[in-house]
Ligand binder design. Structure first.
Ligand SMILES: NC(=O)c1ccc[n+]([C@@H]2O[C@H](COP(=O)([O-])OP(=O)(O)OC[C@H]3O[C@@H](n4cnc5c(N)ncnc54)[C@H](O)[C@@H]3O)[C@@H](O)[C@H]2O)c1
Length: 272
């Protein structure tokens, strides 16, 4: 398999290093708007090559790759996903919050169908998506995501300004948002990826309930997923270690991308 990784930050760097050791991966192309970082990352990765995104070079190698992994930003996702799909290339999307835009999501899903390309969305920094996936084969009555973050992980969110909340002034855990995933997406865009993954798997952006808690006593991101339905009830808690480079990104998100690639490459899929 030949893989293109777009974005060599917290997720992309863990992924590039992991796929270097996978025998099924023959070639790794990496690109990043910060060339120095990408070039430094692949110094010891002999399967890897840096591709400059200038002068249409990315489009030239598109015919040579089997899977493109977007691990950059929503902006990159918006520009690159349709382009890869219409060229018949499978895409793994980490900036999954981009799919909160209904029109963009429908466009991408239609392109994938038309060009027989696949879109993979790893579970990211939350556990319990497997249970939600199974539960969605029958009726679901409730999906509730509670996210707990430290002040740094929430600072600058438009939803805080709307409510007049200064996270640096909080002395105890405080609910800063309660609503549906669609409103959480616009008011707390940095919290968007997990809420989007859960919404896409379950009952959609309007029906998924989201609670966001700012906890000044922690710098770790934690998620509690509660699902109720015909299957019964599940409650799943994830307490994440932040990645060293981007504290707002949980290490588990990078590991979920590595695990997804292993699954794609494998012939035996456990827990699908
Ligand atoms: N699905 C999840 O659960 C989950 C969890 C954490 C992060 N994410 C998302 O995954 C993405 C990557 O996260 P990260 O922590 O690795 O970020 P990061 O900031 O550590 O790294 C992103 C890298 O992408 C590069 N980049 C940004 N825009 C680019 C563009 N247009 N073209 C080329 N390179 C570009 C940056 O220079 C940087 O090196 C983010 O959008 C983040 O929100 C998803």
């Amino acid at each position: 398999m030949r893989i293109l990784i777009i974005g060599c930050g917290s997720i992309g760097s863990v992924l590039a290093t992991a796929v270097q050791d996978m025998p099924e991966v023959d070639r790794i192309y990496v690109t990043d708007q910060s060339k120095d970082f990408a070039v430094h990352l692949i110094e010891d990765l002999d399967k890897a090559e840096y591709i400059d995104n200038e002068n249409g070079k990315l489009s030239k190698i598109l015919g040579e790759i089997d899977l493109a992994v977007e691990a950059a930003s929503q902006d990159a996702a918006r520009r690159f996903i349709p382009f890869a799909l219409e060229n018949g290339v499978d895409v793994m999307v980490m900036s999954v919050g981009v799919f909160a835009d209904d029109a963009f999501r429908e466009r991408c899903f239609t392109l994938a169908k038309r060009h027989r390309s696949r879109i993979y969305v790893p579970s990211g920094s939350i556990c319990g998506t497997d249970g939600l996936h199974s539960a969605s084969a029958a009726g679901i009555s409730e999906v509730h995501l509670t996210t707990r973050k430290g002040p740094k992980g929430l600072k600058g969110a438009p939803g805080l300004a709307q409510r007049g909340i200064d996270v640096d002034a909080l002395t105890e855990a405080t609910v800063v948002f309660e609503g549906n995933a669609r409103d959480a997406a616009s008011q707390f865009p940095k919290n968007l990826n997990v809420a989007a993954t859960v919404s896409l798997l379950g009952v959609g952006f309007d029906q998924t309930r989201v609670t966001i808690i700012c906890d000044p006593t922690t710098e770790r991101n934690a998620h509690t997923l509660v699902v109720k339905g015909e299957f019964g009830e599940l409650k799943c808690e994830t307490h994440n270690v932040p990645s060293p480079r981007t504290p707002s990104t949980s290490y588990l998100a990078a590991l979920s991308a590595v695990a997804a690639i292993k699954r794609i490459l494998g012939n035996v899929w456990i827990g699908v």
